[in-house]
Design a protein around this ligand. Structure first.
Ligand SMILES: N[C@@H](CCC(=O)N[C@@H](CS)C(=O)NCC(=O)O)C(=O)O
Length: 251
């Protein structure tokens, strides 16, 4: 029941944000060096940056900075700032503080255009994004006692995925850095759950895309999917992943 409520409220959170962070650009050229984001999953402004990353089809290393956690110190030390979001792009030696600046930068640098107005951190969008966090009872905001992890985990997800959000919240609360591989939807046939696509034809991702690479390994595309190099565990199913993270990393 608890997990069902998790998924219902997570679906509502995505609905409040009009499902931004669902579609992804068809361009799959990745920057030479992976971007890095000092992020707090429940922070309404950080959400705009993650929505932009999904829509631009860009992966990112997430450095979770929940309130009351130890990573805030690292944030100050590495960036000189104490407020999230902060985007680091080693390809251009840029360190960008604030959601609006980061979203503008990502669209201009990686697509040569202005971002859509729905991703701008204006009052209306910030209100909706705050409501999305509120409906999740502010999950992904505060640090939980954690054993920490030696190596970064990898999570396949897209921003609006209702099943992925609770996993990202817990990764944030436990202060576990991870590579976020964004698998936004690039065509109509990507729509729908993995086992019930809104198409009659056999599912085929866009050729040479990240989804295609995932499909070739797993025979389908489903998120969340977590890979933990610390324990050699790889898991589908949000409920199982949450249970695994709590068992392995909660102190
Ligand atoms: N029972 C799974 C359901 C996962 C699921 O349906 N995920 C959706 C995204 S929210 C998905 O992978 N859809 C297929 C796709 O995006 O291609 C879980 O709890 O993790």
């Amino acid at each position: 029941m608890k997990h069902t409520l998790n998924i219902i409220t997570s679906t509502l959170a995505s609905s409040i944000r009009s499902w931004r962070g669902t579609s992804a650009s068809k361009t799959s050229q990745a920057p030479a060096k992976t971007l890095m984001l000092f992020d707090r999953e429940g922070c309404p402004r950080c959400r705009f940056v993650r929505e932009a990353l999904t829509e631009l089809n860009l992966d990112v290393v997430i450095m979770p900075c929940p309130k009351g956690g130890k990573k805030i110190g690292q944030l100050k030390q590495e960036t000189g700032y104490s407020e999230v979001p902060i985007l680091i792009d080693e390809n251009t030696h840029q360190k960008i503080q604030g959601a609006e600046a980061a979203v503008n930068y990502l669209f201009e640098e990686y697509r040569g255009k202005r971002p859509p107005k729905q991703l701008i951190a204006n009052t209306l969008n910030q209100f909706a994004s705050s409501m999305a966090t509120g409906i999740r009872f502010s999950a992904g905001m505060l640090a939980k006692p954690s054993k920490g992890a030696e190596k970064k985990l990898t999570l396949y997800s897209f921003e609006s995925s209702p099943f992925s959000r609770p996993v990202r919240e817990l990764l944030c609360e436990l202060e576990l850095p991870y590579l976020l591989v964004t698998l936004g939807k690039q065509q109509k046939s990507d729509m729908g759950p993995a086992n019930f696509r809104f198409t009659r034809k056999p599912y085929k991702p866009l050729a040479n895309s990240k989804r295609d690479a995932f499909f070739k390994v797993h025979g389908n595309v489903q998120v969340p999917y977590l890979v933990d190099p610390n324990t050699q565990v790889a898991l589908f199913e949000s409920a199982d992943i949450l249970q695994y993270l709590n068992k392995t990393y909660a102190a």
